[in-house]
Design a protein around this ligand. Structure first.
Ligand SMILES: [Zn+2]
Length: 166
């Protein structure tokens, strides 16, 4: 079942509850489960598959730290902590924005507004993950090279910066 179908299914179930409240508790539990499944599917589709707290916000593929943000579905996405990119350069479905409450949301297939900047998931710049099927622009190739070097330094045990040697 697609995410849209699951959501339609859930709203249909809510309408039925209002129409006939018998056995509401059980029906609500089943509905909650279905909504959770839809949330999980949406989170996976958006790439909001970062490590959940209390696990540290480290990428399981390369070990680099990302910026972990909660999403509207209650899942977490690991964003690249450094990059803010003109949104029109970012492949559709990978444009993330942070709202006033610090929650991350995926711009989905919508055309970004002119001049908008967005964040990108660490997955795109992860040296341990492939970006097969994505058009990788020069900026993304550079960011991936940078992170590959960073991950290598981490593996070699070098400090990130001088301040960490104090
Ligand atoms: Zn990674």
């Amino acid at each position: 079942m697609s995410i849209e179908e699951q959501l339609r299914d859930a709203s249909e179930a809510i309408r039925e509850l209002w129409a006939n409240p018998a056995g509401t508790r059980e029906r609500l539990a089943s509905l909650r489960q279905r909504i959770n499944q839809a949330d999980h599917a949406q989170a996976a589709r958006d790439g909001a598959t970062g490590p959940e707290p209390p696990a540290p916000p480290l990428c399981p593929n390369c070990g680099l730290a990302g910026e972990r943000r909660r999403t509207y579905t209650g899942h977490h996405v690991l964003l690249d902590p450094r990059l803010k990119v003109p949104a029109h350069l970012v492949p559709v479905g990978h444009r993330w924005y942070i709202d006033a409450n610090g929650l991350a949301w995926n711009g989905g297939p919508d055309e970004p507004s002119p001049g908008a900047f967005c964040r990108i998931p660490h997955r795109l710049t992860c040296p341990g993950a492939s970006v097969d099927g994505l058009e990788v622009g020069t900026w993304l190739a550079t960011a991936r090279k940078y992170n590959a070097a960073l991950a290598q330094r981490e593996t070699d045990g070098y400090p990130h910066s001088l301040s960490e040697t104090r």
